[in-house]
Design a binder for this molecule. Structure first.
Ligand code: CU
Length: 93
C-alpha cells in the first residue's frame, strides 16, 4: 500500500478582453490558483471591480492589462466603475 499521489492541476492563465464596452467573455470559470489577465483594447480606461470587494483593478489604461490570481472559491460579479452597464462574472471553483 503506497501513498496515493494526488496531482494538482497546474495553474492556468485566462484572458478577458475588454473591448467595445464589454468584458469578453462575460462569464468565466477558473480554478483556484489560476491567473486572469484583463486586457483593455478600448481607447479609454476601464476597471474590473468585484461587487464584494474581492478584487479591484483600479484604472486599466488603453492597451494595458491587469492580472489577478484567484485565491478563493466563489462567484464574483464584477463591473467597471467608470461604466456601470459593463457587467461580468468570475466563478472560482
Ligand atoms: Cu469601463
Amino acid at each position: 500500500m503506497g501513498l496515493v499521489a494526488v496531482e494538482r492541476p497546474k495553474p492556468k492563465t485566462h484572458t478577458v478582453i475588454i473591448e467595445g464596452m464589454r468584458f469578453q467573455p462575460e462569464s468565466l470559470t477558473v480554478a483556484r490558483g489560476d491567473t486572469i489577465v484583463w486586457v483593455n483594447k478600448d481607447m479609454f480606461p476601464h476597471t474590473a471591480t468585484s461587487e464584494g470587494g474581492r478584487f479591484d483593478s483600479q484604472s486599466i489604461q488603453a492597451e494595458k492589462s491587469w492580472t489577478f490570481t484567484a485565491g478563493k472559491k466563489g462567484e464574483f460579479a464584477y463591473t467597471c466603475t467608470f461604466h456601470p452597464t459593463m457587467k461580468a462574472v468570475l466563478y472560482v471553483k
